[in-house]
Write a protein that binds this ligand. Structure first.
Ligand SMILES: *[C@@H]1O[C@H](CO)[C@@H](O)[C@H](O)[C@H]1NC(C)=O
Ligand SMILES: *[C@@H]1O[C@H](CO)[C@@H](O)[C@H](O)[C@H]1NC(C)=O
Ligand SMILES: *[C@@H]1O[C@H](CO)[C@@H](O)[C@H](O)[C@H]1NC(C)=O
Ligand SMILES: *[C@@H]1O[C@H](CO)[C@@H](O)[C@H](O)[C@H]1NC(C)=O
Ligand SMILES: *[C@@H]1O[C@H](CO)[C@@H](O)[C@H](O)[C@H]1NC(C)=O
Ligand SMILES: *[C@@H]1O[C@H](CO)[C@@H](O)[C@H](O)[C@H]1NC(C)=O
Ligand SMILES: *[C@@H]1O[C@H](CO)[C@@H](O)[C@H](O)[C@H]1NC(C)=O
Ligand SMILES: *[C@@H]1O[C@H](CO)[C@@H](O)[C@H](O)[C@H]1NC(C)=O
Ligand SMILES: CC(=O)N[C@H]1CO[C@H](CO)[C@@H](O)[C@@H]1O
Length: 385
């Protein structure tokens, strides 16, 4: 189990603060943005994307991300899979819940075995963000993260803006730490299912195709999915090779390393893997393309980030339902194990504990410095589908 249960106080219900001229959300608590070929919905809780509609190869609109129909469920969901939210102020794992800045050791909550995951059980992806601006095709959220939140020094102020253009979803995040040097590493943690669970014969992610032409290196991990420090080259046809050719996500399922490849003390199969992109790549390069032959939907990721984490949803136990906007009429709505993929553009996992990687300048921010993250997803259909 990757994510641990957390009982959320009922008083922390998803009530947004609406500044000035910001309109209220709809009756279900959602804000809806639209542009040609794309429609997206968001809630202030965790700055979450709840629904993302694009057209498949037959022109049918599909909701291609995981989530819940009931927006009031996100804050109380005991599984809290960080559905399409922003974990912060430091995404993914911190080894043994400890890091050092200028020889001072800081301690964070160990909520994932011995490690800290997504900054502990009560932070950015557990908070209701403020909505600061809404237009027909964009929305901005902000968060004030107090000093010592989750054990990290100094307060952090951050904004995220989601915007839509024709067939495109763009995300930008900015953050500052005005008082002192602190870890900042963000991501947008969306879970995709490009068939929207409507493939009548298969709801797993294994037949989705992935291409990552610049992902020649991978972080080796221990049994808790924490990087050991070793960054290995990915050889052609290795289990982690998505650079040499587009491959189906399940292509290595027959390899003996497939089982236990993603932590969970060996119980996790598939990917919970952090690749480093080549240092030299064109600024506007597509670093990852996910597609599915069944729906024909294709998603191209561009980012200013130097690494990516992919997680193939091993934890799903077949008891959680997908949304009413997904699936096939007449069939059940359960998400199977391996039913989705989380795609998280970010910096190197636990880089604050690996000065030898040379990432401190991209992961520690103090007075006068600005953290900036941006990515975009462009949607289309595969030509030969
Ligand atoms: C939505 O979720 C909330 C929180 O769990 C619950 O109180 C409410 O009854 C749910 N609404 C529906 C329509 O299921
Ligand atoms: C950090 O601590 C170590 C051991 O306590 C010491 O040798 C080193 O000089 C210290 N470095 C700084 C920059 O204070
Ligand atoms: C939202 O804004 C209010 C008023 O400025 C502030 O007190 C609160 O901390 C903000 N909420 C978050 C999550 O940052
Ligand atoms: C920071 O918070 C932790 C609990 O999260 C607490 O144990 C510690 O005393 C706090 N430190 C300071 C300097 O307030
Ligand atoms: C966040 O946005 C507000 C405007 O809503 C701006 O005043 C502030 O400087 C921004 N903060 C960062 C860290 O970009
Ligand atoms: C779906 O496809 C995957 C990959 O081929 C396969 O392992 C799995 O058994 C299939 N599931 C069903 C329900 O057919
Ligand atoms: C990885 O490949 C690069 C060249 O692409 C080479 O310089 C480096 O030594 C290799 N690293 C390892 C650990 O094999
Ligand atoms: C689905 O993927 C499996 C490998 O995981 C492969 O054996 C099978 O041929 C694929 N099915 C289709 C329809 O591509
Ligand atoms: C686990 C933890 O330290 N959570 C902190 C998250 O941030 C809030 C402030 O909004 C703190 O009160 C929590 O202690």
């Amino acid at each position: 189990m990757k994510y641990h249960s957390f009982l959320f106080a009922a008083s922390a219900a998803a009530v947004a603060v609406h500044h000035g001229k910001v309109p209220p959300p709809d009756a279900d608590g959602r804000y809806t943005l639209e542009a040609p070929g794309i429609r997206a919905q968001f809630i202030p809780y965790a700055a979450t994307l709840t629904n993302l509609f694009v057209k498949d190869k037959n022109g049918v609109e599909r909701d291609i991300v995981l989530g819940y129909d009931n927006t009031s469920f996100y804050p109380v969901d005991p599984g809290h899979p960080v559905y399409n939210a922003i974990p912060g102020r430091y995404a993914n794992r911190i080894g043994n819940g400890k890091f050092k800045i200028d020889n001072v050791t800081y301690t964070t909550v160990q909520n994932d075995g011995p490690n800290t995951l997504h900054s502990g059980p009560n932070n950015w992806s557990f908070r209701t963000w403020n909505v600061t601006e809404v237009t027909k095709d964009s929305i901005s959220f902000s968060i004030y993260d107090p000093a010592n939140s989750t054990g990290m020094p100094g307060h952090v102020e951050a904004n995220v803006t989601y915007s839509l253009q024709k067939n495109k979803w763009k995300i930008t995040m900015d953050a500052i730490s005005p008082d002192t040097k602190t870890p900042i590493m963000l991501t947008q943690h969306t879970y995709f299912q490009l068939d929207a669970f409507a493939n009548p014969t298969n709801r797993t992610i294994w037949n989705h195709t992935l291409s990552m032409p610049y992902a020649h290196r991978v972080m080796k991990i221990d049994g808790n999915a924490l990087p050991t420090g070793e960054i290995a080259n990915v050889s052609k046809s290795d289990i982690d090779d998505f650079w040499s050719a587009p491959r189906q996500l399940g292509f290595a399922s027959g390899n003996k390393e497939f089982q236990g490849h993603c932590g969970g003390g060996g119980a996790c199969h598939g990917y919970n893997t952090n690749w480093a992109f080549d240092d030299k790549r064109p600024g506007d390069a597509v670093v990852a393309t996910l597609s599915s032959a069944w729906s024909g939907i294709k998603a191209d990721l561009r980012t200013n980030q130097d690494a990516i984490v992919l997680y193939t949803c091993n934890w799903n136990d077949g008891k959680t339902e997908f949304k009413s906007t997904q699936g096939v009429k007449g069939q059940d709505k359960f998400i199977p194990r391996d039913g989705c993929i989380a795609i998280e553009a970010q910096d190197y996992v636990d880089g604050i504990n690996h000065p030898e990687w040379g990432r401190l300048g991209k992961q520690l921010f103090g007075p006068g410095q600005k953290y900036h993250w941006e990515s975009s997803w462009t949607f289309g259909v595969v030509e030969d589908a």
